[in-house]
Ligand binder design. Structure first.
Ligand code: AOF
Ligand code: ZN
Length: 345
């Protein structure tokens, strides 16, 4: 199963919004086939795995066990059901990493296999297999995107300058690059009005190889100038606002109502738009709203241990949060927190 996960990961960045999946075929402790879902729209892991078996080993397939990191599918999508392939190839035993919460599968793959007399062993290295596809699984099981909150703070917990709003260059060159990597791993990046206005971020991944996520900005009264970098047409941008709902070029104006439930409305809109994950990059107010509503899965805090500002804007306050990992990147400390309440994992 570890090998399945390793294989699956080779497709990182190529299969979203599909999950990463790996499969290994084993005959008497010898791997005779391997495969993974390589590309969105392409054959599933099981297909590549079965096809990889050498001619000389083909007769062993009906005496082998197939390990798959995700429940084999039961539906006709872009490809035929993997459960049917397993049945057709007379593979007697399937070991599954975790259930597939996608509505068209969701236990039906396992049922189909069992109904055909295939032995199924469930949930082997389940945590790791879910973690591999935490975005896909959260999206389909919780009907919302996977939410990552991120901020950089000074040693004394400030995220803005002396007068509150002004920009502070807190993180170092290495953490800046890391943030671009983080961006490339999510489907969308969200910022609030003031962050867009004062920081004028382009919200691209120019310091890292990889796709640019969709940019999201909250601008309730449409007062942000079109000269902001966010509005350049390189990447599509969604503007959450209370005034209009229309699409033009790479811009989508998404109408929401002026009320306390703004973050819930945004999260719901992202689900409707099939956006599986979002990185919320600020400002403090928007981050705090997500925290107060309990709408987050991970929080990543970058702390510059050498910078202290006397007044300034305080960093958001976390109510719950389990420190999952802590590391040092030159002068910055990185802390990764997980939300014990929303953990689908
Ligand atoms: C598997 N093995 O390797 C993958 C699965 O549009 P399609 O036909 O590619 O189907 C996509 C869905 O299939 C996806 O949402 C997920 O439920 C499942 N992915 N299943 O048996 C695989 N990638
Ligand atoms: Zn499949």
């Amino acid at each position: 199963m570890q090998r399945c996960i390793q294989l699956a990961r080779s497709a990182a960045g190529y299969v979203a919004p599909n999950p990463m999946v790996g499969a290994v075929l084993v005959h008497e402790n010898r791997i005779i086939g391997e495969g993974y879902h390589q590309q969105y729209g392409g054959p599933h892991a099981e297909v590549h795995c079965v096809n990889s078996v050498k001619e000389a080993d083909r007769h062993l397939i009906p005496q082998s066990t197939i390990y798959v990191s995700l429940e084999p599918c039961a539906h006709f999508g872009k490809t035929p059901p993997c459960a049917d392939l397993i049945i057709e190839k007379k593979i007697p035993h399937v070991v599954v990493g975790c259930r597939d919460p996608f509505k068209q599968v969701d236990g039906k793959g396992v049922e189909k296999l069992q109904a055909a007399g295939v032995q199924v062993t469930m949930n082997v290295l389940e945590q790791d297999c879910k973690d591999l596809n935490k975005r896909f699984i959260t999206f389909h099981a919780a009907h919302r995107p996977y939410i990552v909150l991120k901020w950089a703070q000074t040693a004394n917990g400030k995220i803005g300058g002396e007068t509150g709003g002004e920009r502070l260059l807190i993180s170092n060159d290495y953490t800046n690059r890391l943030v671009h990597k983080w961006r490339s791993e999510e489907a969308a990046i969200l910022v609030g009005t003031n962050t867009a206005l004062f920081d004028d971020p382009s919200l691209t991944t120019r310091l890292w190889k990889g796709a640019n996520p969709v940019r999201l900005v909250v601008d309730m009264n449409l007062r942000l100038p079109s000269s902001l970098q966010l509005f350049n047409k390189q990447v599509s941008t969604i503007v959450f606002n209370s005034l209009q709902h229309e699409e033009q070029d790479n811009l989508l104006y998404y109408q929401v109502t002026q009320d306390v439930n703004l973050v819930h409305q945004i999260v719901h809109a992202l689900y409707q738009l099939k956006i599986q994950s979002v990185l919320v990059e600020g400002g403090a107010q928007l981050l705090q709203s997500f925290i107060d509503e309990g709408l987050w899965d991970e929080i990543r805090v970058i702390t510059n241990n050498e910078m202290v500002v006397q007044h300034g804007l305080p960093a958001p306050r976390m109510h719950t949060g389990r420190l999952h990992k802590q590391e040092q990147l030159f002068s910055d400390t990185l802390q990764y927190f997980m939300n014990p309440q929303t953990l689908v994992l």
